[in-house]
Design a protein around this ligand. Structure first.
Ligand code: ADP
Ligand code: ADP
Length: 228
């Protein structure tokens, strides 16, 4: 459902951050992108929703070139979760999650129902948390809100760029497990960036290894572990 064919990205300064990358992700797969800092992982993610347009090759989503979607379609169809959740501090949790549904013009009662459903989905009691402000939540709880927000418009694809790397090890492990079950339940296509091999092996249906802008290998955790 998400296909890269010889995709490259050359930044304005002439630097080639992604070099002829090809892969094909079926619906419902969690693909982990792993590689050292500067290997092109974030750039690869940003090209999917055109935050950074690719300079050559072809990216298609459900068989359609990503350049032929209008920007709002891409934003609605693709959720994005990053390390710095970026919740609006002066908005309640409910209001933070409601931003995209509001932009989509949903009725207020439909939004409220959806926000409560999303909070439950990520393990936060809406009665307690909907009316709170971000600073009243722990890092792990804020990250859950970030996931809820990314799920708000029911996107087909979710991009996660080191979403758990700022969390303490226990919270991180808990969220890893929860994300896997949530993903299997909702059958979402997820690309998950990390530089932690343990996390990659635990989370990935398949793992793509990047270095210097190139895709070195793409395989299941079992194959990566057991084949030379
Ligand atoms: P990663 O996510 O693997 O750390 P990035 O995709 O962020 O890698 O960056 C890949 C390379 O592209 C890095 O060398 C980085 O400095 C460079 N880069 C990223 N963004 C830009 C930009 N806007 N302009 C020029 N170079 C960039
Ligand atoms: P990460 O490695 O976590 O993706 P970076 O610290 O590399 O993030 O980059 C942070 C931001 O700065 C990104 O939006 C990226 O596009 C931009 N950036 C990174 N490297 C460069 C660069 N060499 N020139 C211009 N912008 C850059």
């Amino acid at each position: 459902m998400l296909k890269f064919e010889n995709v490259s990205k050359v930044y304005e300064d002439g630097f080639k951050a992604v070099d002829s990358v090809s892969f094909d992700i079926p619906k419902g797969e969690l693909l982990v992108l792993i590689g050292p800092s500067g290997s092109g992982k974030s750039t690869t993610m940003k090209m999917i929703n055109r935050m950074e347009p690719h300079t050559s090759g072809k990216i298609s989503i459900n068989g359609k070139d990503n350049n032929s979607y209008v920007a709002s379609e891409l934003r609605r169809g693709i959720g994005y979760v990053i390390q710095q959740v970026g919740l609006f501090p002066h908005y309640t949790i409910e209001k933070n999650i409601a931003i995209v549904p509001q932009l989509n013009g949903w009725a207020p009662d439909k939004i409220k129902t959806r926000v409560h459903e999303l909070l439950e989905m990520v393990g936060l009691d809406p009665e307690i948390y909907a009316s709170r402000y971000p600073k009243e939540l722990s890092g792990g709880q804020q990250q859950r809100v970030g996931i809820a927000r990314a799920l708000a418009s029911d996107p087909e694809i979710i991009l996660m760029d080191e979403p758990f790397s700022a969390l303490d090890p226990l919270t991180r492990e808990q969220l890893q497990g929860e994300l896997i079950s949530l993903q299997k339940k909702l059958n979402k296509t997820i690309i998950f960036v990390t530089h932690d091999m343990d996390e990659a092996l635990k989370m990935g249906d398949r793992i793509a290894i990047m270095k210097d802008g190139k895709l070195l290998q793409l395989d299941t955790p079992e194959k990566l572990l057991h084949e030379p």
